[in-house]
Each structure stands twice: as C-alpha cells, then as structure tokens.
Design a binder for this molecule. Structure first.
Ligand code: ATP
Ligand code: MG
Length: 252
C-alpha cells in the first residue's frame, strides 16, 4: 500500500509570550492510501497541531514529513482539510459553500455545481442547496463541511473532530454515514477524535497520543471485520480493544 502521509520524529515547541510550550515530542506515524486512521489523545496534547503540520500551516522544528512518498509533494496536491471549526461562509448558500475548494482550484464552475447537485442526497442536503448555513442544524452543517472536503477531490481527507459538537444519537448516525462516504470515494481518512468508541468503530488503525508533548503511546490495528455494525461495540473483541486504548489514555 502506498504511504500517503509519513511523519518521522516530528518535534514542535511553540513560544507564547516568551514561554516555551513543548507540544510535539517526537511523533512518528503513517497513513496509507485508502486507509481510515484515527488519532486520539487528551485535550491540548497537540492533535490539531499534527494536522496543521501535515497541511503545511505550521512548520515543525525538526523531523520528517513526507507526502505520497515523494519529498517534493505539496499538501495542496493530495490533502483536503476539514478544520476543527467548520468555517462555513455564512453569506454563501450551501451549494456555493460546498464548491469553494473547486472554485479556488480554478476548476470549471458549472461542472463543479453539477457534481455537487448529484451528491446532495448522499450528504442528506437535498432541498437545502439554496439555504444558508445559519438555517441548518449542527449535524447538517457538519455534512456541508464534509461535502466541501470531499468535493475538493484529494486523496487524503483530514477530519479534525468533525462530530465533536453533536449529540450522541446524531453522532452515531454520522459515523455510519461517514463509513459509507469513505467506502464510496476510496479516499484515505485521517481522523481526530476524543471518543475511544468512535475511533475504534471507524478505523483500520488507531494512534493513541500521550499528554503534551505528544508522542505515540500506542499504535493499534483494529482487526474488526467490515462492514461494521452498531452492536459491534458491545462485543468482546471490541471491548478488548477499547480496554487497551483506555489504558493507554490512563482512563480509570
Ligand atoms: N499556532 C500556535 N501558536 C502557539 N501555540 C499553539 C498554536 N497552535 C497550538 N498551540 C498550542 O499547542 C498546544 C496543542 O494544541 P492543539 O490544538 O494541537 O491541541 P489538540 O490536541 O488539538 O487539543 P483539542 O483536543 O482541545 O482540540 C496547546 O497548548 C495550544 O495552545
Ligand atoms: Mg484540536
């Protein structure tokens, strides 16, 4: 399998008001083509910073970041990023929001709009293409943000806690739905979450991070069959994995 993202011993210290804040203490990880990989760790440990480094928004102090196995590859060529805040543009309709990346890429707009219209049902947004973000529920807004990320047509999606603000029922539905989207498009997904169950339910592999400065504490293969189904989370093999992750997070 081609390696799409490779981090080797990445170190980052922020300096705020003269104070040093060691944030990444040597992080090594990989995401392969088509894989679903999750990153889980305590709040403030440096998860979003890892995504910002992968996207080139933050420069590491040292360590290696290689995309697509080629040193010259730029983030914009292979990565589409959905940041922790959904950042929809409130003055644009849903349709105009989801084609934003294509517009920035200088793509044919009519073609992008036609493609977006076709995808509206899959994202549960049919009939809302002319609405504005403020008129939608939290779950719908997250689907708009995801649709925009998917429509950018990059091989790797970085999703930073996309379901963090949703209620438990919506969240579980969105997880199932995300697996369908992932399956349909075949992109790699690199996913940040605080939720152990969510990480295991979705992923092929999970990296558990230590508190800041983050290091990989546990790297776990989630050897559960697909398609995943909801009740899997009650089965013994699932609980065993959950226990391992909770131990690595020092949850009691
Ligand atoms: N651009 C920046 N400049 C200075 N400090 C930063 C910057 N980005 C992040 N930090 C600091 O680095 C630490 C890690 O932040 P980060 O957002 O990566 O954590 P996180 O694991 O994503 O947290 P959460 O789970 O709460 O989203 C925090 O203490 C934060 O204040
Ligand atoms: Mg974060």
């Amino acid at each position: 399998m081609a390696v799409k993202i490779m981090l080797e011993n990445v170190i980052k210290t922020f300096i705020i008001d003269g104070e040093t804040l060691p944030t990444l203490g040597g992080v090594s990880l990989q995401v392969g083509a088509g894989e679903f990989v999750s990153l889980i760790g305590p709040s403030g440990c440096g998860k979003s910073t890892i995504f910002n480094i992968v996207c080139g928004l933050v420069r590491p102090d040292s360590g290696k970041v290689v995309l697509d196995g080629q040193p010259g590859k730029t983030p914009a060529e292979i990565i589409s990023y959905m940041p922790q805040k959904d950042l929809l543009l409130p003055w644009r309709t849903i349709l105009r929001n989801v084609i934003l990346a294509r517009e920035i890429q200088g793509d044919n707009l009519a073609k992008a709009i036609a493609e977006a219209r076709q995808l509206l049902p899959l994202f549960g947004l049919q009939g809302f293409e002319n609405s504005y973000p403020a008129e939608l529920s939290g779950g719908m807004r997250q689907r708009v943000a995801l649709m925009r990320t998917v429509l950018a047509r990059r091989e790797v999606l970085l999703l930073d806690e996309p379901f963090g603000a949703l209620d438990a029922i919506t969240r579980v539905n969105m997880q199932q739905w995300l697996l369908e989207v992932w399956h349909k498009f075949g992109y790699a997904v690199f996913f940040i979450t605080h939720d152990v169950e969510e990480a295991l339910f979705l992923s092929d592999r999970v990296y558990v991070l230590s508190p800041r400065p983050a290091r990989v504490r546990l790297h776990l293969e989630v050897d559960l069959p697909r398609p995943r189904y909801r009740k899997m989370v009650t089965e013994e093999r699932f609980l065993k994995l959950k226990n391992q992750v909770m131990d690595a997070l020092e949850m009691v």
